[in-house]
Design a protein around this ligand. Structure first.
Ligand code: ADP
Ligand code: MG
Length: 618
């Protein structure tokens, strides 16, 4: 944000040669969209029919991986190898999903409660990131076929309530699928953008985004001001959606055709047949007043009135969530300017009218509710590409901002992912006696040393009265305004000497650079971890080498020549291992030495005790 020139008069906009695409990576369905002649559109399947790609991955017996409609067919025929709802697992540990394990028809790995979950398919394990990457690859293939050119950059949407882990996991999935994820955007923000809400810089309003999908319900209250989308509150139910509507109809159809719940439970394909017909009926009832069909040779029938009666409690639950969200946002019903409908299930007339009655407003529903998030993602992508004039869309700072301190260290003042506008400050002092001038260098990035980050500018605070080192009190304030301009202000509090500079977006950094810098910080984190692991292994080895030598010395009488020789050889192996950079090799050498010497140590201890007993002879 702040320092990113999305659109500048001086021509420093970064224009990408290839298109940036927008992706809605949904729990039930995913979509990919891009811009054409200034309008967003969702890319359809090869037959030109369906824009939705079911978020389902099937692993066939021959090892091939199928995604989408073709995979969905296997939910019944091959449930153990057909993965759905993987979005529910993103960035989660086993402990996080323990309670909902029964929901999944496939195996979730449960050996380690703290680490991130994996899914078992046959004899292989997959992370939710890998499985999401499979879905993203399918979307990438689809749009590349449509555009006839490779696509590498994307904006991906996530629910507003996704935490950092879940957002990072989504980013990683993109990377794995060969996509540079330029930005992760909140689904409700994207939905608003699709309706053009927030695109007018002068506009200031509060909106509610009501998203009822296949299995989840989300309500978000957003405040939009000067192109800044701030999430005031989110609420919802992670197990409430169109699937539950299907269940209501399915139960009725089963009863009408004289099939007991037990029979349905026992006969999976019959159960699925009824569920599929129920979904067809539900969709039909969004248009017609009555639906008639056949289950197991018997006619079944449902009217819209009966359907509405059945789902009324479910709809009421969503409205209770809306009330809670408003309460959390501390926003009265009368303060809501607009209501936006998202998700396939908002096509149900009772849902539409329920939301309209609750908010006392006609909701925005002109766009296809399945597509609206993807369409908004494409608009966001277009903004990032610099194609939308005079538009600065900011919601968070993408990189940390800070100053250089002694030793070239980066001292972060506004951390990455902070909201804008923003203000933060900290106090510093001098490191040299009588220091009169102080250089304040401002950097952007995630690395510990400023030399690895990007310098945004510097200035000198002059005229500090001579004082011993450590006595001056220098207050540094970072202020980012809604236009993304960072002002850095420095003031020596004892003398009142003051200086400030504006760091304008002309110092900006392209989205490309930003992506690279973030990746750098991640890849270097791995390197930092590797080095730490190596140092720890070496420390452990050195301790062992010392005690090993002592052990041989002290127990020379107890050990056989062969035992001494083997121990010595193992110690030599370990010493050699410590000279390498390979921490696994060191660990293996440690284990071998321990395995061999621990029985010897036990024997030595026994001997020592026996000796002590002998000495104590009474
Ligand atoms: P998600 O966000 O969870 O991926 P979607 O927004 O794609 O889900 O919504 C999928 C749900 O919308 C399914 O339960 C589907 O049956 C329902 N749906 C789709 N079209 C209609 C319709 N015409 N009437 C009622 N429900 C519909
Ligand atoms: Mg959705």
């Amino acid at each position: 944000m702040a320092i990113i020139p999305i659109n500048l008069q001086d021509g420093s906009i970064v224009k990408f040669a290839d298109s940036i695409i927008g992706i809605d990576l949904g729990t039930t369905n995913s979509l990919v969209a891009c811009m054409q002649d200034g309008q967003p559109y969702c890319v359809k399947d090869a037959a030109g029919k369906n824009a939705l790609v079911p978020s389902v991955v099937h692993f066939a017996a021959d090892g091939s991986v199928v995604v989408g409609e073709a995979a969905r067919a296997h939910l019944i025929t091959d449930p153990a190898n057909t993965i759905y709802s993987v979005k529910r697992l993103m960035g989660k540990s086993y402990r996080d999903v323990e309670d909902i394990q029964g929901f999944f028809g496939y195996k979730i790995l449960d050996d380690d409660t703290e680490s991130l979950v994996k899914v078992r398919v046959k004899d292989r394990y997959f992370t939710p990131v890998e499985l999401s990457a499979d879905i993203l690859r399918e979307l990438k293939r689809r749009i590349e076929a449509e555009l006839g050119q490779p696509v590498t950059r994307a904006v991906i949407t996530v629910p507003a309530y996704f935490n950092d882990n879940q957002r990072q996991a989504t980013r990683d999935a993109g990377k794995l699928a060969g996509l540079d994820v330029l930005r992760i955007v909140n689904e409700p923000t994207a939905a608003a953008l699709a309706y053009g809400i927030g695109l007018d810089p002068g506009q200031s309003e509060i909106i509610a985004v009501y998203d009822l999908g296949g299995g989840t319900f989300d309500i978000s209250i957003l405040q939009i001001q000067d192109g800044i989308f701030e999430v005031l509150a989110t609420n919802g139910d992670t197990f409430l959606g169109g699937d539950d509507f299907d269940q209501v109809i399915a139960a009725l159809f089963a009863a009408q055709s004289g099939i007991s719940a037990d029979t349905v439970a026992a006969d999976k394909s019959l159960g699925q047949e009824i569920r599929l017909l129920a979904e067809t009926a539900k969709k039909a009832l969004s248009q017609s007043e009555v639906f008639e069909g056949i289950v197991a040779g018997k006619p079944v029938r449902i009217t819209r009135a009966a359907f509405e009666q059945g789902i009324e409690p479910l709809v009421r639950r969503t409205l209770d969530c809306c009330a809670n969200a408003l309460r959390d946002a501390k926003v009265g019903l009368d303060k809501i300017d607009k209501v936006v409908l998202v998700g396939g299930s908002t096509r149900v007339p009772l849902v539409k009218s329920g939301v309209a009655d609750f908010f006392g407003k006609t909701p925005f529903d002109a766009l296809d509710p399945d597509e609206v998030v993807a369409l908004g993602a494409a608009i966001q992508a277009d903004i990032l590409a610099g194609n939308q004039k005079d538009l600065l869309l900011l919601d968070i700072t993408p990189l940390s901002l800070g100053i250089e301190t002694v030793g070239g260290l980066m001292d972060t003042i506004i951390p990455r992912n902070s909201k804008v506008p923003n203000r933060a400050g900290r106090q510093y002092t001098t490191s040299v006696d009588g220091q009169k001038n102080l250089k304040i260098a401002v950097y952007q990035g995630e690395r510990d040393l400023v030399q690895h980050n990007r310098k945004l500018g510097e200035f000198i605070l002059r005229g500090i009265p001579p004082m011993p080192a450590g006595l001056p009190k220098i207050d540094i304030q970072f202020i980012i305004n809604a236009d993304g301009i960072l002002t850095v202000r420095a003031k020596e509090l004892r003398s009142g000497v003051e200086q400030e500079i504006d760091i304008r977006p002309t110092y900006g950094i392209s989205e490309e650079d930003m992506a690279r810098m973030l990746l750098d910080s991640i890849s270097n984190a791995t390197e930092d971890m590797r080095i730490r692991g190596l140092l720890e292994a070496r420390n452990e080895a050195n301790n062992l080498l010392n005690s090993g030598d002592k052990f041989l010395e002290q127990n020379a009488d107890i050990l056989s020549e062969a035992e001494k020789a083997t121990t010595k050889n193992l110690l030599i192996d370990l010493r050699k291992a410590t000279e390498t950079e390979d921490k696994d090799l060191i660990h293996r050498a440690i284990e071998e030495l321990n395995a061999y010497t621990s029985p010897l140590a036990h024997r030595a201890m026994d001997e020592t005790i026996r000796g002590a007993m002998r000495g104590k002879k009474v």
